[in-house]
Design a protein around this ligand. Structure first.
Ligand code: BGC
Ligand code: IFM
Length: 809
């Protein structure tokens, strides 16, 4: 069942009912100011850091679901309603929500009044703009009240939810004309505030929540809205809000537009603590002047749309498979951008208070994003590498505002260092910017410990090399990519944190997944060495990679598939000898991606085993059989009920590894089958089962052992976005950056006979045509009409256009 439809022309998903199975959200913002917005107007905003500078308050896990947001109420002759349906839930005569790239429009009609809200964050300014259009579709004049409503967060979202003894006394507000200023914290910090304004005279306002909502009232029908009045309240402590009231008169057929702006302003020079607690309103005024008319706002929306056109034009494909084309051209790239911006910090499933930017997560996000804005990828690489330790290991997470490593989590995830090589290699292949390797980058955020980025890569590679276990395979540490496979936490008591307590690293437990990574990224590291003139180092790296390759063949092969690991007692994990957890997906994907076992015929066997044991109609599960009981020596993975998350869920992130691996052994049909199963556009039809947004990937879909088989969770912020984009764009369609130029190496299913693509790469346009040979046409690889050997089109400085035709055998 569907709850909406795609409009590819407008690049929108149009939701036709407000009560979707879960809130279906969108992200507004591209630089510093971000908002999450659901299809019913729910959500919140923050500046740079979802934990430390949260503008508006959201209540996770609330009843009813998704019941705080930036709302409008209408009181039309005693009928109170919201254009987005929530929070009043008054039935609407019509409803629609259009989620587009960086903007959301929703509208509702009630008793012949239509109210539409277009919400977006303009490029380069730190505010969320709502253009609210009110129309009278009746044949009589209409008089009604419009209320705006936001509830301010007292900046630090964690404190806001916990430290009530303090924060119920800190709230401060100022009101000037139609602008409400939220200045909690200003007294002490004097550097930031929020403002909430409308470009019209108001008839009343409220800034104290209890006055507006009623002491025992609720968002559903605030007491002031019911009374058609305002308290003109000035919050003093408790919970500051922003609400404007406007009396609207509309003649039959008349429409009115209002512009509401919720902004963040910084005032970095105001360090006069002894001065009166008066904010400098200039920074906010200049933004409000920029967005005070509909014409200005329309212009800003247009710029935003152009910005997205530009970003998406870097990779666009034209092919008969409409669903795959829409994902490649629009939604998958869009999600990559959002995931890159957010890492795993703020979604409807990530509260924005826990994890900041993840080391491994951000490096992987970069793989799906680097072609769009390489400058930002460069910046991110430097930030990430700055949280690395001198031995090559790294803080697992860092806070986006301070960019400092997170001490609570620390290090010890032994896959982390290798992801840096993956990210840097992708960046260099995309841009040809070898100079990045010369950048001086601190270790542990300490400028006195700065070394070149190349040295950071060397330490990354060296970390794995220096941390091999009894079988010559990489030690797993606290966990590898699979956070929940905690093989060294066997002394943890139930209830203690798996990843942070006890002797979480040890000299025995080894990971075959990291071995696969080491072979894949170690080879890329060796190429980087070679291409920068370090031939000897390249040879040494290749030697070490070969040793691990051989160790996998000797001790990491289980007969029909790759083992997952050795535990802290030297016992196998992910083997036919195990009672449960006999086969895992990750090493099958990563070892084959690293090329292990391809020439020996093992890769095919491993991937056949994935199909035989792990396939389901909704995607490939992470392991089988699911663990039925908690087992201390395996860690958090066994804490989940069978079929959920890392315990045999369909962990979408690793499905594209299988897609890529399949292309590496030339099986296009199977590669595409794996791609299609988790692809949102393909599963839109079963939204009542899948439940999360049909335009983005989710982290997990419940596996076949779970009661809710097929139900997804944790949409938006997942490495799935980047990896699926890599799998379809670089491996199935086969257009991928190499160190010397652009590679065109498709591996198509029977259902795709041909396609054309435009790829912007290092400042040139590549016009690519691929078709399968028909009627005996010989295979060909032509560049500007000339036949070429191989499949990597050498990049020529200054050349602006390449025309490539590939005829596949
Ligand atoms: C979750 C994992 C997640 C990890 C993050 C665990 O509790 O189950 O899915 O990756 O935390 O550290
Ligand atoms: O690899 C991790 C990721 O870093 C966070 N989400 C879960 C994944 C698998 O455990």
């Amino acid at each position: 069942m569907k709850y909406g439809y795609f409009d590819d022309q407008e690049k929108e998903y149009i939701i036709t009912t407000p009560d979707t199975p879960l809130p279906w959200i969108n992200y507004l913002g591209s630089e510093n100011f971000f908002s999450l917005m659901s299809n019913t107007g729910g959500g919140y905003s923050f500046y740079k850091d979802a934990k430390l500078l949260r503008l508006t308050r959201y209540r996770y896990n609330n009843v009813p679901l998704d019941s705080n947001g930036h709302y409008y109420y209408i009181n039309d002759n005693g009928t109170v309603w919201n254009p987005g349906w929530q929070p009043s839930q008054t039935p609407l005569d019509s409803y629609e929500c259009r989620h587009g790239l960086g903007y959301t429009c929703y509208s509702g009609t009630k008793n012949k009044v239509k109210a539409s809200v277009t919400a977006f964050v303009p490029l380069h300014d730190s505010c969320e703009i709502h253009k609210v259009t009110l129309e009278n579709a009746s044949d009589a004049p209409k008089d009604f009240s419009l209320y705006s409503y936001v509830e301010f967060c007292l900046w630090n979202a964690m404190d806001d939810m916990t430290n009530f003894q303090r924060n119920l006394s800190t709230g401060e507000i100022e009101v000037e004309g139609s602008v409400i200023y939220h200045k909690t914290e200003y007294r002490e910090r004097r550097n930031h505030y929020a403002y909430y304004a409308v470009n019209a005279e108001i008839d009343g306002f409220d800034t104290d929540r209890n006055t507006f909502v009623g002491t025992y009232g609720s968002n559903k029908e605030p007491v002031m809205v019911g009374k058609n009045s305002s308290g003109n309240s000035m919050a003093s402590g408790w919970s500051p809000i922003g609400s404007h009231r406007l009396s609207i008169h509309l003649e039959p057929g008349e429409a009115k537009e209002l512009i509401f702006v919720l902004g963040y302003a910084e005032n970095p020079d105001d360090k006069k603590w002894s001065a009166p607690n008066i904010i400098n309103k200039e920074p906010s005024k200049s933004v409000l002047d920029k967005y005070s008319t509909s014409a200005q706002v329309n212009e800003a929306i247009l710029s935003l749309k152009k910005h997205w056109e530009r970003l998406l034009s870097t990779y666009s494909v034209s092919m008969s498979d409409e669903k795959a084309a829409r994902m490649v051209n629009i939604w998958n790239q869009y999600q990559c951008m959002v995931t890159f911006n957010m890492s795993r910090s703020a979604s409807y499933y990530e509260s924005g208070t826990g994890r900041g930017m993840g080391f491994r997560d951000s490096c992987q996000d970069l793989l799906g994003f680097v072609h769009m804005i390489p400058e930002r990828a460069r910046e991110r690489i430097i930030d990430i590498a700055s949280t690395q330790f001198e031995d090559g290991s790294a803080y697992h997470q860092y806070q986006p505002l301070t960019k400092k490593g997170n001490l609570d989590i620390g290090s010890g995830f032994n896959d982390d260092p290798l992801w840096l090589i993956a990210g840097v290699s992708a960046y260099i292949r995309e841009t040809g910017d070898w100079d990045i390797l010369k950048e001086s980058v601190p270790f542990d955020n300490d400028e006195t410990k700065s070394q070149s980025l190349m040295e950071h890569l060397r330490r990354s590679f060296g970390f794995t090399k220096n941390n091999l276990g009894p079988h010559g395979l990489p030690l797993i540490g606290r966990a590898d990519w699979n956070d929940c496979l905690n093989l060294n936490c066997f002394s943890t008591e139930p209830g203690e944190s798996f990843q942070t307590t006890g002797p979480s690293e040890g000299p025995v437990a080894e990971s075959i997944m990291i071995a696969g990574m080491y072979v894949k990224y170690g080879k890329e590291y060796a190429t980087i060495c070679r291409m920068t003139g370090l031939e000897e180092e390249a040879l040494k790296a290749e030697e070490s990679v070969k040793e691990v390759y051989d160790a996998v063949l000797k001790s990491g092969w289980d007969g029909k598939w790759f083992l997952r690991a050795y535990d802290a007692f030297g016992e196998k994990v992910g083997s036919k000898e195990c009672e449960e957890g006999q086969i895992f997906i990750e090493p099958q994907g990563f070892c084959v991606m690293g090329g292990i076992g391809i020439s020996e015929g093992l890769a095919e066997k491993a991937l056949d085993s994935v199909k035989e044991h792990l396939d389901t109609p909704y995607g490939i599960v992470i392991l089988q059989p699911a663990y039925s009981t908690y087992q201390k020596h395996l860690g958090e993975i066994t804490s989940y009920p069978p079929g959920y998350k890392e315990n045999a869920g369909i962990f979408c992130h690793n499905n594209p590894w299988i897609t890529i691996a399949e292309t590496m052994i030339g099986r296009g049909n199977r590669a595409f089958e794996v791609y299609r199963r988790t692809c949102p556009a393909y599963i839109e039809e079963i939204s009542e089962i899948h439940k999360t947004e049909p335009y983005v990937y989710s982290q997990m879909i419940a596996g076949k052992d779970a009661k809710n088989f097929g139900e997804a969770k944790n949409s938006w912020l997942t490495g799935t976005a980047a990896w699926t984009f890599v799998s379809i764009s670089q491996y199935i369609l086969g257009i991928r950056p190499g160190f010397h130029g652009l590679i065109v190496d498709p591996c198509l299913p029977d259902s795709i006979e041909e396609f054309t693509a435009i790829r912007k790469f290092r400042g040139a346009d590549y016009h690519i045509q691929v078709r399968k040979s028909k009627h005996g046409e010989p295979k060909a690889f032509l560049v500007d009409g000339m036949s070429m050997e191989g499949n990597e089109v050498p990049f020529e400085e200054g050349k602006k256009e390449y025309h490539i035709t590939v005829v596949l055998p």
